[in-house]
Ligand binder design. Structure first.
Ligand SMILES: CC(C)(COP(=O)(O)OP(=O)(O)OC[C@H]1O[C@@H](n2cnc3c(N)ncnc32)[C@H](O)[C@@H]1OP(=O)(O)O)[C@@H](O)C(=O)NCCC(=O)NCCS
Length: 165
């Protein structure tokens, strides 16, 4: 299974004041808050962790059908940068998902998969052709191979990313 999430950094800065009282405590664990306070750029770390949790939620929800807003149940850990891409893990209950985050001046984009080999199979789709939603969750029909494939969509501000396998 796959999930993704994109954050338009200009819009995030306009829309959300992450420094407001109580915001961090509602979303991030103590360890995550340490990552934020120790980061060279704390705002970027806030949206980096946020985007990992949202991408992981999209897998978790698809798998369990459990819906809701429970950011503290997602714990980001093991963040490491390889050639400018930040890899990491997100745990919820007994599940652990693998995340891969691209960060630049304009956006943060995370892809979450169930095992690390999954990253190699990710493709980006250019549009929503052949994508249908079932109970709000999108799927892609691959006409060439006549099979239904997983897809994940994320949009925020100026950016949209559609990924499939
Ligand atoms: C559903 C949710 C994940 C959508 O995320 P978002 O950042 O608001 O919006 P995005 O653009 O990234 O994703 C929206 C797309 O995801 C897809 N989507 C919607 N619900 C989905 C789900 N449950 N699972 C997978 N994909 C979903 C849809 O394709 C939708 O786009 P579309 O309606 O234009 O087709 C989010 O609103 C939510 O409920 N999050 C709560 C989970 C949580 O606790 N998160 C922790 C945050 S730190």
């Amino acid at each position: 299974m796959i999930g993704n999430d994109i954050v338009d950094l200009a819009l995030a800065q306009q829309e959300s004041n992450w420094k407001r009282k109580g915001f961090l405590d509602k979303i991030f664990s103590k360890n995550e808050q340490l990552l934020i306070s120790n980061a060279e750029n704390p705002a970027i770390m806030v949206w980096n962790l946020w985007s990992r949790k949202e991408a992981a939620y999209k897998i978790y929800n698809r798998k369990t059908q459990i819906r809701g807003y429970f950011p503290l149940q997602f714990e980001c850990f093991d963040l490491r940068s390889i050639d400018g891409i930040i890899f990491g893990k997100v745990a919820i209950k007994s599940f652990v998902y693998f995340t891969k985050t691209e960060i630049n001046f304009e956006f943060i984009h995370t892809i979450a998969v169930e095992n690390t080999r999954g990253f190699q199979n990710i493709k980006t789709l250019e549009n929503r052709k052949n994508i249908k939603k079932n109970n709000g969750i999108p799927n892609y029909f691959d006409e060439y191979n006549s099979v239904s494939k997983l897809v994940s969509i994320s949009h925020h501000g100026r950016f949209e990313r559609i990924i499939s396998v």
